[in-house]
Each structure stands twice: as structure tokens, then as C-alpha cells.
Design a protein around this ligand. Structure first.
Ligand code: BLA
Length: 316
């Protein structure tokens, strides 16, 4: 990937005009993921009382060690929202968005997840309402949230073809409406991605609006543990960590991941990574550094048009 970025950056001129050598590529700075974050924050304000998160004091902006990359962070909370946070990363060669929104554990609302990695020519996208509970085993959760969202998911599945094989373990965190895609940059694609982001986010806000507070302590415990498991997975295995650490260093990178991006690890539960994912245990009790124990799979979209899981050779 480093070579991809280097080769892309040589095709990007600094004057703001698309390089003549690569007419189809989009100048990275022409595409700003800041716009996506602004949309989400402003839209949320129309629905609820959004207040800055205590994290905002410590995490607002950073510059990479080589001074060439800017990282911007925002974080908020609201009566039903535990954490709404966004990280955007920008330099001459790439743009990254890591945006997520988590309900408070009293609500079983899915997790909003928008993760985009873009160079001038190439994009990797995950956009989803990540299910809090296993939708293959828990049909009720599927019915409650995803059944009626399938038409929207199908519309975007056509616009954004499945991105190919991925870390198999990631799939249990994805829903049947996930947009997992890779594409070559074009204005049309980026506009479509903005539409997808805004539409998915509006849906998430509606789910939050309609969500009824669980009062049963065992349901709340279950929601809390599900969120904690999700945070634990992503804080350990998210594909962006290597790049973050290269940009800002090992210890700041770790801190940003644990205490900003996946804040809640220490608050929502006490289980550790290996308690949830024992298959990663190495001799001596350390965590296997491989991203996946199963390997990559799911060459094509493993859900049918009704949202039934059809990737049966692998259990999620
Ligand atoms: C690639 N990002 C990927 C891939 C996925 C995701 C599935 C393909 C590689 C794989 O199969 O693991 C995203 N995976 C997710 C998400 C979840 C998950 C959202 O399990 C949620 C449960 N990506 C970022 C950030 C950076 C980033 C912040 O979110 C960089 C700072 C980069 N993602 C990034 C890069 C790749 C990638 C560089 C391609 C390289 C690779 O495959 O390792």
C-alpha cells in the first residue's frame, strides 16, 4: 500500500488541478471527508441536544510526525447517544474518514460505521449500521431493524459492487445492508458515496429517535457487552491501526485508538480481547498479531436480497 500511495502522490500536482498524466484520478484535496462529518453533526443537532464529549478537550487535532498529515477529531454525546466521534486524516496522498456513532447501552440501536480510505485514484469503503447482536442467530434483531432497510441496501449494493474477499471475522460485525466496496475515484462515485453516507446516517438518526429505552437490566447488560465486544475487536484488529501508528507513532496511535476511536473499552466492560476471541490466543497467552485466524473469504456478497445469510461455509 505504501507503494500505492507513493505512486499516486507523484501523479498529484500541488496547484489544485488534476494531473495531466492521470486525467481520471481525482485530486485528493478536492474530496473532503470533513464535509461528511459536518453533515452528520449538523443533522444530529436537528434531532437531539448534542453536547461536546469530554474527549473533545484532549482530542481535537494532531499533526503527523513528519508534519505532512493533519488529523482532525470531533466527539459529542446526546441523551440517547453515548458517543458520536469522527476522525479525518488528510495529506497530499490520502484522505481517511473514520466516523462512528454509538447509542447508550439502554438502547439496542445498531452502531453507525463509516470508514473510508482514499488515495487520489483508489478508495476502500465500509459503510454500515453494524448490528449490535448476531443477526444470523437472532432473527428478531434482523426483523426489528434490517428487514425494512433492505431496499436501501440493495440500491447501494448495485451502485457499489461488493469489494471482494475480506477478513472473515469482520463479517459478524456487518449487516446485510453493509456497503463494502473498492472503487477507482470519480466525481460520480464520490457523489454517490456522499448520498449513501447521508442516507444511512439519516436512517440511523431515525432509529435513535424511535428507540425505546430497555428497562430490563439483563437486556441493558447484553447491549453493553455487545458494544464492548465490538470496541474490543476494532481496537485490536482494525485495518487502519498500522497506518495511524506510522503517522503519529506507536504510543500516540495506541492512545488514539483506545481512548478516542473506541472509547468505552474501560467503561463498558472488563473482558479482554482473548475472552471474546480465544482463537487468537498464542502460546504464552499473548494475542496473535494476525488480523484473521480464519483467513479472508466472502468473494461475493454473502446475503441474498431478503437479507438471508448465504455464506454458509463460514459461521459468523
Ligand atoms: C482495509 N478496512 C479495510 C478492509 C476492511 C476495512 C474490511 C479490508 C481488509 C480486511 O479484510 O480486513 C474496514 N473492517 C473494517 C471495518 C470494520 C472491520 C470498518 O472489521 C468494522 C467492524 N481504515 C480506517 C483507517 C485507516 C484505514 C482509520 O478505518 C487508516 C488510517 C486504512 N483500511 C485501511 C487500509 C486498508 C483498509 C490502508 C487496506 C489495507 C489492508 O487491507 O490492510
Amino acid at each position: 500500500l505504501a507503494s500505492l500511495i507513493t505512486s499516486v502522490s507523484t501523479n498529484t500536482c500541488t496547484c489544485g488541478i488534476i494531473s495531466k498524466r492521470k486525467p481520471l484520478s481525482l485530486q485528493v484535496s478536492a474530496l473532503s471527508y470533513q464535509r461528511f462529518i459536518h453533515f452528520a453533526v449538523n443533522e444530529t443537532k436537528k434531532h437531539t441536544l448534542l453536547t461536546p464529549s469530554p474527549l473533545q478537550e484532549k482530542y481535537s487535532s494532531m499533526t503527523s510526525m513528519d508534519g505532512k498529515t493533519e488529523l482532525k477529531m470531533v466527539s459529542f454525546e446526546a441523551p440517547k447517544i453515548r458517543l458520536l466521534r469522527g476522525l479525518s486524516i488528510q495529506n497530499d496522498a490520502m484522505q481517511v474518514l473514520d466516523f462512528a456513532a454509538f447509542a447508550r447501552p439502554e438502547f439496542d440501536v445498531p452502531i453507525f460505521c463509516g470508514n473510508f480510505f482514499s488515495t487520489a485514484s483508489f478508495n476502500i469503503v465500509v459503510l454500515d449500521l453494524n448490528p449490535l447482536h448476531n443477526i444470523v442467530e437472532n432473527k428478531g434483531y434482523m426483523e426489528k431493524y434490517y428487514k425494512r432497510l433492505m431496499p436501501m441496501g440493495l440500491k447501494y449494493a448495485e451502485l457499489f459492487p461488493w469489494g471482494g474477499k475480506l477478513t472473515s471475522e469482520s463479517l459478524k460485525f456487518f449487516s446485510p445492508i453493509v456497503i463494502w466496496t473498492k472503487f477507482t475515484s470519480s466525481q460520480y462515485r464520490h457523489d454517490s458515496l456522499y448520498s449513501a453516507f447521508t442516507e444511512y446516517y439519516k436512517v440511523w438518526l431515525e432509529l435513535i429517535d424511535q428507540a425505546m429505552e430497555d428497562t430490563d437490566a439483563s437486556l441493558i447488560r447484553c447491549n453493553r457487552e455487545a458494544q464492548h465486544k465490538y470496541l474490543t475487536w476494532r481496537a485490536e484488529k482494525d485495518p487502519g491501526h498500522g497506518m495511524l501508528k506510522r503517522l503519529i507513532g506507536e504510543s500516540l496511535g495506541k492512545d488514539l485508538v483506545r481512548n478516542f476511536l473506541f472509547y468505552g473499552l474501560d467503561e463498558l466492560g472488563s473482558k479482554r480481547f482473548l475472552d471474546y476471541f480465544p482463537e487468537y490466543q498464542c502460546e504464552g497467552g499473548t494475542i496473535n498479531q494476525k488480523r484473521s485466524m480464519v483467513g479472508k473469504s466472502f468473494e461475493s456478497r454473502p446475503w441474498d436480497a431478503k437479507g438471508e445469510f448465504i455464506g454458509n461455509n463460514i459461521t459468523v
